[in-house]
Design a protein around this ligand. Structure first.
Ligand code: ZN
Length: 221
């Protein structure tokens, strides 16, 4: 081979290697971008306070637990997206869109319950959309059972069970197993005392993180 040919072939080889490298990097980049395991949805926000009792607004309790949950997930290396990170208004459609667009594997909405004329009502319940994610390894009901079990064990609140709610927009429009955790009753004075405590909020976040870890184990196994 003469010198020019050697140089030409070297250039071709170098060019091919660079093309390969660019392709590998772009695939890795796309994968890293796409990988969101959990969408965390703190209910209400902005002008929508949720229910308010004795100056305690539901939207604030929801956000506090969601932010503690995000810390827990960071520590465990679980990737997530928050539908809101501060006191801003996000529509129900946008919340589902954020989760779907991120291709999240799970959707967990955090709320608190209230009932005007039965202030003795108390306890924790988890709502799910009955037909969500049919092609997924985990049904909405199974996800709800996992969440409910961890919340009750950790918080020691009254177990109101898991409840099918086919008409709730935010869990109906999401493509992945989706639940709403109703942590406790804001309308119950005793329970409200617990709900506002930092320690209780951290415990709820830990319970949700444990539940998420278990649910992801079922999906990703
Ligand atoms: Zn709510």
């Amino acid at each position: 081979m003469d010198k020019r040919r050697v140089i030409l072939w070297s250039l071709v080889a170098l060019f091919s290697m660079m093309v390969c490298l660019v392709m590998v990097l772009s695939f890795a980049g796309a994968d890293a971008e796409k990988k969101v395991q959990v969408a965390i949805d703190p209910g209400h926000g902005g002008q929508d306070s949720g229910s308010t009792y004795d100056g305690v607004e539901e939207k604030t309790l929801n956000l506090n637990i969601a932010l503690y949950l995000a810390e827990e997930l960071d520590e465990r290396g679980i990737s997530y997206i928050l539908t809101r990170e501060n006191d801003s208004f996000v529509s129900l459609g946008d919340r589902a869109y954020i989760a779907n667009d991120a291709k999240a594997e799970l959707f967990i909405s955090i709320h608190h319950n209230a009932i005007k004329n039965a202030t003795s009502a108390n306890g924790t319940e988890t709502l799910y959309y009955p037909n969500s994610a049919e092609d997924c390894k985990l049904s909405g009901e199974e996800l709800a059972s996992i969440i409910q079990r961890h919340l009750i064990t950790e918080l020691g609140t009254r177990d109101r069970g898991v409840i099918s709610r086919p008409n709730l927009a935010v869990i109906r429009k999401t493509n992945m197993p989706a639940c709403i955790a109703e942590i406790g009753y804001l309308s119950n004075a005793n329970e409200r005392g617990l709900l506002v405590s930092d320690n209780f909020q951290r415990l709820a976040a830990k319970a949700l993180a444990d539940a998420i870890e278990e649910a992801l184990g079922r999906i990703e196994e």
